[in-house]
Design a protein around this ligand. Structure first.
Ligand code: UAG
Ligand code: ATP
Length: 519
């Protein structure tokens, strides 16, 4: 079963009513006289997501004050609105008097997690909770955790950039990490469905914006750190601190940190919760060590060794040593949560972790003698480097790499993306991704400038990604690999405020059929 396309969030089906007066006992909120007996059964910060009986939280945002949508929330069945003083004034000035208003003297986000946990009853979960942060590979680790939980005979639930999923109940994600009200609603539904292990992707933005408040993870992990999101953080130190803030007792009991790079090493020293460490580079001091024992375009085999003789021999059916690292991290997280390797191994076929990650190094071809075509979600210099290094180790023929870059996001990473692409591939095709409000030719020019500086690959510029896919295929022969980085699982292209339908995976499949490379 898939949730309806109209559902913005996954919610519990059997919520329990909670009185506003009960919430006021635990939270710094002021309930209007006579409204203490009003009961609420859900929480949302989006008027379009309101369900009958919800507490609608009117947040001051960058573009709107949520309280401006109080009338819409009331019409959809909101039982009350929680907002700040400015929001209360907005609603009363607009004549919305039928909605009981709860006022808070600070930013409503600061209590949203705790409030949502109390309404949805998601404190003290029996399920194990896992949170992963880092620059690249969070979604991949989440899927590895879910797969390993299943192998161990435990029912998984997950929240990632690609989707939120409980068994066959799925919705496409809007944000990487949902707002706290959505997250607690999702967890409450997971509890209803008997989920025993929950894997959650945690963006830096989520930690600073209180989106994970009210969740206390059994185990959190940090995998790697490289340039991204400087449009938001300004510098790498601030970006790092935003991620490191997950490793505090308020959020987690313990952590796992990959210490290959200086930021991981620093986090392992500075973490405020106990951590165990993983090294994937030979000779580095750590509690756990990963060694690659074989790799091809079809996957990577590894051995993981840890304290007290802990040992796991495994394989992931996705190429790249970093995928073994993602799997190893997931294995250690489960181990730290008390789920033994023996239990996991018992559910696997000779160590094969059959993980499929939507839009991450996802193969569009089906083997055969022709070129192989992969679609990926990488959009950082770090992910380009990891993928191209991995391909360089296993591809005999040429590597044709096509990509674009986000508009209105970190512009300083573009030249580096171009340089890494052209240094690691034989042919580079630069096309448009999400230009948003920027002139697309300006984005391509920055990528091209970086690509030229590498002085290596043959370069092409083809703005239209549909044509770029076909160009890539026309250049590829048997033994070659085409890698299309950026769009991954997405089904839209954002151009000047419009969301145009565009699925790279569907386009590539169509082009492969045209070329006779798919039935
Ligand atoms: C910068 C940022 O975090 N913005 C988030 C913020 O938007 P905003 O402050 O502009 O909100 P707004 O549009 O002014 O609206 C204010 C309030 O009115 C509500 N509203 C608005 C319109 C309406 O009709 N009804 C209604 O109720 C909104 O739900 C909101 O509660 O609150 C919105 C509601 O939750 C978020 O969707 C939005 O995320 C935007 C889309 C975003 O781009 N976020 C990025 C920075 C982000 O969080 N990214 C990370 C990392 C991704 C990665 O790893 O690559 C992520 O976790 O996704
Ligand atoms: N451990 C890793 N190290 C470096 N690159 C990786 C790693 N794992 C995956 N990647 C690359 O990064 C891309 C993005 O992976 P994934 O979606 O798992 O990361 P993410 O952290 O969830 O990204 P985002 O924060 O943008 O949602 C992959 O498609 C792959 O190219």
């Amino acid at each position: 079963m898939s949730s309806s396309n109209e559902d913005l969030t996954i919610r519990p089906q059997h919520p329990r009513p909670v009185q506003l007066s009960t919430l006021a006992e635990a939270l710094p909120i002021e309930v209007a006289e006579g409204a203490g007996g009003v009961t609420v059964t859900g929480v949302t910060i989006d008027s379009r997501d309101v369900q009958q009986g919800d507490l609608y939280v009117g947040l001051p945002g960058a573009r709107h004050h949520g309280a401006a949508f109080a009338a819409a929330a009331l019409e959809r069945g909101a039982a009350a609105m929680l907002t700040d003083e400015a929001g209360r004034k907005l609603a009363t000035d607009a004549g919305v008097t039928a909605l009981p208003i709860v006022v808070i003297d600070r930013h409503p986000r600061e209590v949203l997690g705790e409030l949502s946990a109390r309404v949805y009853g998601t404190h003290d979960l029996a399920a194990k909770t896992f949170g992963i942060t880092g620059t690249n590979g969070k979604t991949s680790v989440v899927y590895c955790i879910a797969q390993l939980l299943e192998a161990a005979g435990l029912r998984p639930g997950l929240s990632s950039t690609a989707e939120r999923r409980i068994g066959d109940e799925v919705i496409v994600s809007n944000l990487t990490s949902p707002e706290a009200s959505e997250l607690h609603g999702l967890i409450a539904r997971m509890v209803e469905r008997g989920v025993e292990g929950i894997a959650i992707e945690v963006s830096a933005q989520a930690i600073g914006r209180h989106r994970i408040d009210g969740v206390h993870f059994d185990v959190v992990a940090f995998n790697n750190f490289s340039q991204d999101h400087l449009e938001e953080y300004g510098d790498m130190e601030t970006y790092f601190r935003a991620k490191a803030a997950l490793f505090v007792p308020e959020h987690a009991a313990r952590g796992v940190v990959v210490v290959d790079g200086p930021h991981g090493q620093r986090l392992a020293r500075e973490s405020q919760v106990p951590v165990t460490t993983l090294a994937t580079e030979y000779g580095r001091t750590a509690d756990w060590h990963l060694a690659i024992t074989g790799q091809s375009l079809d996957g990577v085999s590894f051995v993981l060794q840890g304290p007290e003789g802990a040992h796991f021999r495994g394989r992931v059916p996705v190429f790249g040593r970093f995928m073994a690292e993602n799997a190893a991290l997931a294995l250690i997280m489960l181990h730290e949560a008390g789920i033994s390797f023996d239990r996991i191994e018992a559910g696997l076929d000779r160590g094969l972790i059959p993980v499929h990650i939507p839009g991450r190094l996802e193969e569009m071809t089906e083997g055969g003698p022709g070129p192989r075509f992969f679609v990926d979600y990488g959009h950082t210099p770090g992910s380009f480097e990891a993928m191209l290094d991995a391909l360089g180790e296993v591809v005999e023929g040429d590597i044709i790499f096509m990509f674009g870059a986000d508009g209105d996001r970190d512009t300083t990473k573009r030249e580096e993306m171009g340089r890494i692409a052209a240094a690691g591939a034989d042919t580079v095709i630069i096309c448009d991704y999400h230009p948003r409000t920027e002139p697309p030719e300006q984005i391509r020019a920055q990528l091209l400038a970086g690509a030229r500086s590498a002085n290596h690959a043959t370069l092409y510029e083809e703005a239209d990604p549909r044509r770029a896919i076909r160009l890539a295929l026309s250049l590829a022969g048997p033994g070659d690999v085409v890698l299309y980085a950026g769009p991954g699982h997405e089904d839209y292209q954002e151009v000047a405020g419009a969301f145009l339908p565009y699925s790279a995976r569907d386009e590539v499949r169509g082009a492969l059929r045209e070329a006779g490379l798919l039935p």
